[in-house]
Write a protein that binds this ligand. Structure first.
Ligand SMILES: Cc1ncc(COP(=O)(O)O)c(C=O)c1O
Length: 395
């Protein structure tokens, strides 16, 4: 059945794809071995370097983010290598399981899923490892299942103060082009990214930014790899081509998405995300519900996970909001199933998108007779207008 008006895809990815990007993807497919292709390749590789904050190599795969996770592990490591991973939520758990299935040995530093990675635990474990058995430290920058951010600068400081040479691998799938990120400054060795979130593209591309140190490690790393091999990519990319058929039309879309991000300017993009997140938290606080992330220092600017009151189903609420207002929200993942809903505020959106989304959520909460204080959208408006949110709450 036709539903009028536009659908609001307010998941923490995939996100709404802006029209100029859709139009670029809809252009005729060009010859990936033809004379026009190198210009496209060079342009998207250069653009992605800016997004990652790096002068190092960037590799683009025709794959979802999971592929780029695998690429990071199989290029840099050998069977039986010890990897230190921080438990931050569902996605860190999936990455850990992948590493184990690939034949790596994972030490998973426990976390309660309400905070970013525990920096002092990372530092303590690295300091203890005097014989440098740990070959890599892997952290999810923005844990999409919980809405908690880990300090990657802090992880770098932990490695440095333990004087530890392990490679640093970071998943930025739901933070890239939404939350400040600095591959070179934080001396990250492998950054993993995906197309379907801050980059405003559909799912289908993923990325590795690769430091010289990681590239050197790959020369002696022995996990089997073919499709994911960095060297095959980097050597052909230098001529403007790919070792196999790239996702040509997605690259056409990426070129335009990068131009749009450049035109807005990354600092403005980050502050737009910060403002939407703050407004969302003001609204949730006014409702009297709890933001799932337990520490303000770790609040995510790309999504907010909201805890349902005891005995209320998050999935029933999401399905009500979808049918009432045509707004899609993220579900609770893994052990958070049905306990939280996740509001995505990343990618292509503006203040009106944020307010309309929050209004639809408030309407759903009220219709489902969830006990809340109505008027949260007023708190969001106050927050976006730089007014005193507590004055609204007191009214
Ligand atoms: C932080 C994070 N890592 C990894 C993934 C997996 O990526 P994909 O589903 O694109 O394979 C996701 C997906 O949402 C994610 O949010």
């Amino acid at each position: 059945m036709r539903s009028s008006g536009r659908h609001f895809l307010q998941l923490p990815g995939p996100t709404n794809v802006p029209l100029p990007v859709l139009l670029a993807i809809a252009q005729p497919t060009i010859d990936h071995r033809g004379p026009e292709f190198p210009a496209l390749t060079f342009s998207v590789l250069e653009g992605m370097k800016t997004i990652f904050g790096t002068a190092a190599d960037v590799v683009i795969y025709p794959a979802s983010g999971t592929g780029a996770w695998e690429a990071a592990l199989v290029n840099a490591l050998s069977p039986g290598d010890l990897v230190l991973m921080a438990e931050t939520g569902h996605f860190s758990t999936l990455w850990k399981s992948m590493a184990t299935r690939l034949g790596l040995v994972v030490e998973f530093l426990p976390g309660n899923w309400r905070r970013g990675a525990d920096l002092s635990a990372i530092e303590a474990r690295l300091s203890e490892d005097r014989s440098h058995k740990i070959k890599a430290v892997a952290v999810v920058h923005n844990e999409t299942s919980t809405g908690a951010v880990s300090s990657i600068g802090g992880v770098r400081r932990a490695l440095d103060s333990a004087n530890h040479p392990a490679l640093l691998m970071v998943d930025t799938i739901s933070s890239l082009a939404s939350i400040d990120y600095r591959h070179d400054e934080w001396q990250v060795d492998i950054t993993v990214g995906g197309s379907q979130k801050g980059l405003m593209l559909p799912p289908g591309l993923s990325f590795n930014a690769v430091s010289d140190k990681a590239r050197k490690a790959a020369r002696s790393a022995r996990l089997p790899r073919v499709f994911w091999d960095w060297e095959d990519m980097i050597s052909l990319n230098s001529k403007g081509y790919f070792p196999y058929t790239p996702a040509t039309n997605m690259l056409q879309g990426l070129k335009v998405a990068l131009e749009m991000l450049q035109e807005e300017g990354l600092p403005a993009v980050f502050s737009r995300h910060d403002r939407a997140a703050e407004a969302t938290r003001a609204c949730v606080g006014h409702w009297g519900l709890e933001v799932w992330c337990a520490a303000p220092s770790d609040y995510s600017s790309s999504l907010t996970a909201v805890q349902m009151p005891e005995g209320c189903s998050a999935d029933a609420l999401r399905s009500l909001i979808l049918s009432q207002s045509s707004v899609s929200l993220g579900n609770g993942l893994g052990r958070l199933a049905d306990q939280v809903f996740r509001i995505g505020h990343l990618g292509d959106f503006n203040d009106a998108t944020t307010l309309a989304t929050l209004a639809a959520v408030e309407r759903g909460l009220l219709s489902a007779a969830i006990p809340i204080q109505a008027g949260g959208v007023g708190a969001a408006i106050a927050s976006l207008s730089g007014q005193d949110v507590s004055a609204i709450a007191a009214e």
